[in-house]
Design a binder for this molecule. Structure first.
Ligand code: GLN
Length: 309
């Protein structure tokens, strides 16, 4: 284990990485299939780190709110496991898919049991489990309440315009939900699950709020005790193997830390025992993961020596 960087070292590192990544100006393209996200200026970069000393360090656009999208799948998973426990794994697997986040391919050959909770099909099953007979409002209040508790910030909210924007154009997710339904892997009406899922994805957060929310997964002292150590370890394992879809191997190779990305350009990264990190840059690579955000994460992991390998 390398020694933890000092406060000034960490702050200097962040400023240098922010400068380097901006100078490279290789931003990628914001998600085009969600009209509200397609309009966002790509040349933005935020980084926030909460470390084991309880302090948070930031660089760039760390206080700009963005749509967390699939990063919400981590919080929905924590909530669903809290609600129904390990029974969830009868309905969704724990293997990397090697396919894109919205792929249908494996769902057909594997009889409607999604590979993992982070591809869209798996996340729809998690949202269905979270609903279990309740109104969407109640399930959403549970996820939002969890996010607010983890980040100790009650101002976090759902951007209803983003949810509506996705609802209007989400043909693929609709196809996935109906296909899951055809295999009896949804208990609720597909439209109810989809509406809840789109709103959960539309939670808006800043890098600072997201890094705060990851402290419990990183097992940092003073973090809200919302999940057991075993559960945190397992969710980190899933983030490492499945958190970036068919780009998960590449992220592990470059960053060496569990991470969960979203098409809003955010990534939550966990350095177990050391730090919770959030990066955001809205332009995406070919896998739908933040291009400049991943570069910032790779530079940070290299500079700190925080890779788990
Ligand atoms: N809401 C988005 C979708 O379902 C989330 C995808 C993502 O962030 N990778 O398409």
């Amino acid at each position: 284990m390398t020694a933890a960087p000092s406060r000034t070292e960490l702050q200097d590192m962040l400023s240098r990485i922010d400068c380097d990544v901006r100078a490279t100006a290789d931003w990628g393209v914001p998600a085009q299939y969600i009209p509200q996200l397609a309009q966002i200026e790509p040349a933005q970069l935020g980084i926030a780190i909460c470390d084991a000393s309880g302090e948070c360090f930031t660089a760039g656009d760390a206080s700009v709110p963005f749509s967390i999208q699939s990063v919400s799948k981590v919080f929905a998973l924590i909530a669903a496991l809290g609600r129904i426990g390990d029974q969830l794994w009868y309905r969704v697997g724990r293997e990397p898919s090697g396919t894109s986040f919205d792929s249908m391919v494996l769902l057909e050959s594997e009889a409607g049991r999604p590979r993992n909770p982070f591809v869209n099909a798996g996340a729809l099953v998690v949202t269905d489990a979270l609903l279990s007979g309740r109104a969407p409002k109640q399930a959403l209040a549970e996820v939002l309440g969890l996010v607010r508790a983890l980040s100790e910030d009650d101002a976090i909210h759902i951007d209803a315009d983003v949810a509506r924007s996705e609802q209007a154009t989400g043909a693929r997710n609709k196809a996935l939900a109906h296909y899951l339904d055809s295999h009896k892997n949804l208990r609720e009406e597909p439209e109810k699950v989809l509406g809840t899922y789109f709103h959960q994805c539309a939670i808006e957060m800043t890098c600072v709020q997201l890094a705060m929310a990851g402290r419990s997964l990183a097992g940092l002292p003073g973090a809200p005790s919302v999940l057991s150590e075993t559960r945190a370890r397992r969710i980190n394992a899933l983030m490492m193997t499945c958190g970036h879809y068919d780009g998960s191997g590449e992220f592990a190779f470059r960053v060496g830390l569990p991470g969960k990305s979203g098409v809003g350009g955010g990534i939550l990264i966990i350095a177990p025992g050391r730090a919770s990190i959030a990066v955001w840059s809205p332009g995406l690579d070919e896998y739908g993961n933040s291009k400049a955000g991943t570069r910032a994460a790779a530079l940070l992991s290299e500079a700190t020596g925080w890779s788990v390998f």
